[in-house]
Write a protein of this length. Structure first.
Length: 384
């Protein structure tokens, strides 16, 4: 088998497949497995897969347990809503981790398992068939009994199965940066809400860094993908009316990436003759529930489980899609609808919305925390 893409989903799939006896090779277009991206929130559904892969201890060393999610107003002091994970979800594991650290622990495990990881292998075209073919940019071809496309937003495997789709600009852009944790932030995700904007921050790497993601609604679109740099002054200008902690954090930003948020349809076909896709290749996910990496981990486990449990590959792949597509679509729909809760624009709707959140948290704090148990309590390693 060949897995294209050495991201979180691809590396996890390689490990899950090898654990079930498959011979796997991973192809990655980059010249190295380098430090890219910034923070991730690994929720219990993703952590369950990492533990099942034997990486629970490594995750605990690389990540910080998340104690809470706190919603705040962008100008007023105090809390709008505190979701106290330590108190009301003590049976669940939430982590804050640098993406590079998660990739590193997965890549180390892949190499330790003896799985070949070949760099500088850019796939230009995937050709499904009884023995599917990968056509590489260097002119070479590679064949295997199964190609697993974990190759992200611009997946060649997705293109082979579904043809080109038409993503549309959501009217939102996001900046991402990390800064030193000179402010000694606690291990919780804080969300500052404003008309048409919000800013998320949380610590990483034992509290040494702070991850910042800032989202703005605007008409001017930005290119998709989070490798595009921007001037930090543009970020500061877009959030110049934020007070308190956000203002202090933005003053520390020296380098920042900007990307446009585009909505892609969930792929109609996740599998075909000798080809399967997972993660962003199958279901690009907006960052409003922090589920992109977690869904990719779920996909990786279920794909390997289906292939191990069914000798006929075509039946196994069809079962994989049946087990995964509706769940992914439901999680993505929830993420798509979550942003408006942070972006109330008009008074009195904004004040009423915040009041409803505050009262809900005060009157039923456990219910507020457990509202997404259908996401977080879903454990694919136990068949549910």
């Amino acid at each position: 088998m060949i897995v294209t893409g050495a991201g979180i989903g691809g590396l996890a799939a390689a490990l899950a497949l090898r654990a079930r006896g498959a011979e796997v090779t991973v192809l990655e277009q980059a010249c190295e497995i380098a430090e890219v991206g910034a923070g991730l929130q690994i929720s219990p559904n993703g952590a369950a897969v990492l533990r099942a892969l034997g990486l629970g201890a490594a995750l605990e060393r690389a990540a910080m347990p998340s104690r809470a999610v706190v919603l705040r107003d962008y100008r007023r002091p105090g809390e709008v809503l505190r979701l106290d994970l330590a108190q009301y979800a003590a049976d669940q594991d939430f982590y804050l981790v640098h993406r590079a650290d998660l990739i590193d622990l997965l890549a180390r495990a892949v190499r330790a398992a003896g799985i070949p990881l070949r760099l500088l292998q850019r796939v230009e075209r995937v050709e499904p068939g009884p023995l599917p073919a990968l056509h590489l940019a260097n002119g070479a071809q590679a064949r295997a009994d199964l190609v697993v496309g974990a190759d992200g937003l611009h997946s060649r495997a997705r293109l082979a199965l579904n043809g080109a789709d038409r993503p549309f600009f959501t009217g939102q852009v996001a900046w991402r940066a990390t800064v030193p944790n000179d402010l000694d932030l606690p291990a919780e995700a804080q969300i500052f809400m404003a008309p048409g904007r919000h800013l998320v921050c949380y610590p990483l790497r034992g509290g040494r860094l702070i991850n910042i993601v800032a989202v703005q609604e605007r008409k001017a679109w930005a290119e998709e993908g989070w490798h595009h740099s921007d001037d930090p002054d543009n970020l500061r200008a877009a959030f110049d009316d934020f007070r308190g902690l956000p203002a202090a954090l933005l003053a520390l930003v020296r380098e920042v990436a900007l990307w446009g948020l585009f909505r892609h349809p969930v792929a109609p076909r996740w599998q075909g003759e000798g080809v399967a896709i997972l993660g962003d290749a199958a279901h690009p996910t907006l960052p409003f529930l922090a589920q992109g990496a977690n869904l990719a981990l779920e996909d990786a486990w279920v794909l390997a489980d289906c292939l191990a449990g069914e000798p006929d590959q075509a039946t196994a792949l069809a079962t994989y899609q049946a087990r995964r597509r509706d769940r992914a679509a439901r999680v993505i729909a929830a993420a798509n609808s979550n942003a408006w809760k942070y972006h109330f624009r008009l008074s009195p709707f904004r004040e009423l919305g915040h009041l409803a959140l505050r009262l809900g948290g005060q009157l039923a704090p456990a219910k507020a925390v457990r509202q997404f148990d259908w996401i977080y309590g879903y454990d694919v390693t136990k068949g549910r």
